[in-house]
Ligand binder design. Structure first.
Ligand SMILES: [Zn+2]
Length: 76
């Protein structure tokens, strides 16, 4: 699969991914995705994203508090 942004060949990976759905941020663990080594674009297969959307709809997730480094990007 080629990256939609820069057309590099994407690499299959398994790991953690953050998803923002309807303004809410979700952290997905142990998920297969493809990542572009050039620009960092991450893509889920339609099957995986359908599965994740279904889990979110059915609230099949655990709510955990995670510490996320937050940066303030207001520099000239
Ligand atoms: Zn790319």
């Amino acid at each position: 699969m080629k990256c939609a942004a820069c057309h590099n060949e994407m690499v299959k990976k398994k790991g953690e991914l953050d998803l923002r759905i309807e303004g809410k941020l979700y952290l997905v663990r142990n998920v297969f995705y493809e990542e572009c080594p050039a620009c960092g674009e991450k893509v889920l297969s339609p099957k995986v994203s359908q599965d994740l959307f279904r889990k979110i709809k059915d609230r099949k997730f655990v709510e955990k508090t995670v510490k996320i480094p937050v940066l303030d990007g207001t520099y000239g």
